[in-house]
Write a protein of this length. Structure first.
Length: 430
């Protein structure tokens, strides 16, 4: 059976697709590069914003035209499957089966399902951690994702994730360490530890900070993690990031909004002042740290003055980069049930543009401050403009392009920054 698998959304989904690839290959399936070549098309989907969900619907409609000329099944996996459940089968007659993020062990049975029998597997499972499954990772990549926890218990009022990925559960630390050891043997230079709130990790009294030290003992040169939640940062974690040589000096800490009242309605669990204090401690304790964030503009009831608090906080924290979103009501969340989506679309757009403009200015300054300094870069890709170009990341997660007529792929090299572009820095060997 030939399977085409397409992935949308966050790194958790990318990692889940590696598991799906492993399950499929174990079943004797072959992964193919185009939907036209497939017997089964699987979309691993994202529902964090309405736009992401609509993209999937559009893609299904487009792919379903293949059914006119081919015998092909279409399966929807991931968060959209979980979020919409059987309604998805009603609204998209082209879809043959759906499976949520906790149902992937049943994928082999779904693939064998009889024509016309449409199945929906959308039960959340409080214990599923996908231990002991094979996975299929991209070859030659020096970086790998390692899931350390699944689900989320935070219940932020805007966020659909607790509904699609279920309750928070941490993997046994020993399994995480073993997986990293295997990756080291396969030549990996970097792992990114994944979870919705990674610093809430706890297993057998092993905290997130202790996990970082244990993973570092495997000898993996670089450790990253995403995403932490501001309220779970203790001194212990900051110490591990500052002192443990393998842990990269990069903290991606979602802010969402800079006004305390808005934060309270988002149910984020911290005030503006709390966030500023945590950011101050991070910058103080971890020299050369890169601090990045997520921001949502136009949350219900956000006034112009409250929005300006987001801009001023961005300046105070001097974020190095960020992802920025317009609020999008997600059916089933507390906010969509209780708070009218009352910031007009044009106003959300205006606020978004202001945030992007300010961040590009902060990013430009942060990049320019790197010029003339040396950084350790892990090369993970070829450049797009010419055979001698190589792309890598600094420990602070800044993208750097280097020229060399010898392959640098997978190497950790010393680079001096000589210039900046809009998104990337230019570096010279040595
Ligand atoms: N609307 C807009 N952005 C959202 N995010 C999560 N839920 C929503 C929503 N309903 C953003 C948050 C989160 C990131 C992954 O997506 O900023 O950190």
């Amino acid at each position: 059976m030939k399977v085409f698998l397409e992935t949308y959304g966050c790194q958790m989904n990318v990692r889940d697709s590696e598991l799906l690839g492993g399950i499929l290959r174990q079943e004797g399936c072959r992964l193919v590069d185009t939907p036209e070549a497939a017997d089964v098309i699987l979309l691993n989907t994202c529902s964090v914003r309405e736009h992401a969900e609509q993209r999937v619907m559009g893609r299904v409609r487009q792919l379903s035209s293949l059914k006119k000329t081919h015998t092909v099944k279409i399966g929807i996996l991931g968060c959209v499957a979980q979020h919409l459940g059987e309604n998805l089968l009603d609204s998209l007659p082209e879809v043959d089966f759906i499976a949520g993020p906790d149902s992937y062990r049943s994928l082999p049975e779904l693939l064998c399902s009889v024509d016309g029998e449409r199945t929906a597997l959308c039960r959340l499972d409080k214990t599923e951690l996908y231990e002991g499954l094979p996975s299929y990772r991209p070859e030659n990549s020096p970086s790998a994702f390692v899931t350390i926890m699944r689900g989320c218990d935070r219940m932020c009022t805007f966020c659909v994730v607790p509904l699609t990925r279920g309750r928070e559960r941490s993997r046994p630390w020993q399994n995480i360490v073993d997986e990293t050891k295997q990756l080291v043997q396969q030549g990996a230079k970097e792992v990114t530890l994944l979870g919705q709130t990674v610093n809430a990790y706890r297993n057998d009294d092993v905290s997130f900070a202790q996990l970082l030290w244990k993973v570092a003992e495997t000898g993996i040169p670089r450790i990253r993690f995403t995403s932490p939640h501001p309220i779970y940062f203790q001194d212990e974690e900051l110490e591990a990031i500052a002192e443990c040589p393998g842990v990269c000096e990069w903290v991606h800490m979602p802010l969402q909004a800079g006004n305390t009242e808005v934060l309270a309605r988002m149910r984020r669990g911290y005030s503006r002042e709390d966030y500023l204090e945590i950011a101050r401690r991070i910058r103080e304790r971890i020299p050369r740290v890169t601090l990045t964030t997520d921001i949502v503009v136009g949350f219900p009831g956000e006034t112009e003055v409250q929005f300006e608090d987001t801009l001023s906080l961005m300046k105070e924290c001097d974020f190095d980069a960020g992802y920025h979103f317009k609020y999008s009501p997600r059916p089933g969340t507390y906010a969509s049930r209780h708070f009218p989506d009352d910031v007009p679309q044009e106003e959300k757009q205006r606020r978004l543009e202001q945030v992007i403009l300010l961040q590009s200015e902060l990013t430009r300054r942060s990049n320019e401050a790197m010029i003339g300094h040396s950084f350790e870069i892990l090369i993970h890709d070829r450049g797009k403009r010419g055979p001698d170009q190589w792309v890598g990341r600094s420990r602070g997660n800044k993208m750097v392009v280097v020229e060399s007529n010898k392959s640098l792929l997978g190497n950790i090299i010393g680079v001096t920054i000589v210039g900046t572009g809009r998104w990337t820095l230019r570096g010279q060997l040595g």
